[in-house]
Design a protein around this ligand. Structure first.
Ligand SMILES: [Ca+2]
Length: 279
């Protein structure tokens, strides 16, 4: 499988692939799905020790920092660290948000698989904490400003994993919310994988997001439409032609009173499932 990409993006893609090549394998035989082993993948192990090439700061609200440092890593020495985020009140809109965005190569396609290792401490937040999202132009458009794009999200909420399909933000709703029964992993590394299938075959709408934790697919006993003011009408999940931008870091949509740290490492995205590697 190959992605048609502009020549200016090819160098970046190759550079990023090379940067991942020295990620430790843990000494075990590497499966065929090891990050960046396949073509048309982008992966980030943060071993440059600074925010990766092409990443730009997107959000910076309330207290804390988002940086690449060597305080904890899943592989190698460095990881992306959301340090001591806090601010706002639980149950009230507004909270610490620290993210980077990365513009995808042209013609990425409508299907985006992803994988990231996450470490969270010292407590599970109750508030909505977004970790990764990917956006695409609405039907009939080939590009668009960040705030005009439909998007998928992987997050936690009420201490459990969650995934969402959103219309453009703001306001980002009415949104289709799926909440798992699985508590977010605390004080240990966990591998999150996701599938954002904006094509969804012949179906009239984009697929709902799918998420795996350490290789096991999550189910969603809670599914509902969120909107403010509330509505019972489900959003139409508009289909994608090409994902164009991704965002990562940590976004608290409500307050966070306990200063909390997250580390993200060995982030990878592609058009095929990437797996969690041998680590
Ligand atoms: Ca690393």
């Amino acid at each position: 499988m190959h992605i048609r990409i502009a020549s200016s993006s090819t160098l970046l893609l190759l550079t990023l692939a090379t940067a991942c090549a020295h990620a430790p394998s843990g000494g075990n035989p590497a499966p065929a799905t090891t990050a960046c082993a396949a073509p048309a993948m982008l992966c980030w192990d943060f071993e440059e020790g600074t925010p990766p090439a092409g990443w730009t700061a997107r959000r910076d609200e309330f207290s804390g920092q988002l940086l690449v440092d060597d305080t904890r890593a899943h592989g190698g020495r460095y990881a992306l660290h959301a340090r001591s985020l806090s601010g706002g009140k639980e149950g009230t809109q507004g909270g610490p948000k620290k993210t980077f965005r990365f513009d995808l190569p042209a013609h990425f396609g409508p299907v985006l698989w992803g994988r990231v290792w996450v470490y969270t401490t010292p407590e599970r937040p109750m508030s909505h904490a977004g970790l990764f999202s990917a956006r695409y132009p609405r039907p009939g458009h080939t590009s668009g400003a960040f705030d005009a794009l439909d998007w998928y999200e992987v997050a936690t909420w009420q201490q459990k994993y969650m995934s969402i399909w959103h219309p453009p933000e703001p306001p980002g709703f009415p949104e289709w919310v799926q909440v798992s029964s699985t508590p977010l992993v605390l004080d240990a590394w966990a591998c999150l994988e996701w599938l954002f299938d904006g094509a969804n075959g012949d179906h009239p709408e984009a697929a709902t997001p799918r998420v795996w934790l350490d290789g096991v697919e999550l189910d969603w006993p809670q599914q509902f439409v969120f909107s403010d003011p509330p509505t019972a009408t489900q959003p139409v999940r508009e289909k994608a032609t090409d994902f164009t931008v991704v965002e990562t870091g940590v976004i608290l949509y409500q307050g966070l009173t306990v200063p909390t740290d997250w580390w993200l490492d060995d982030l990878a995205i592609g058009r095929q499932r990437l797996g969690c590697g041998s680590d």
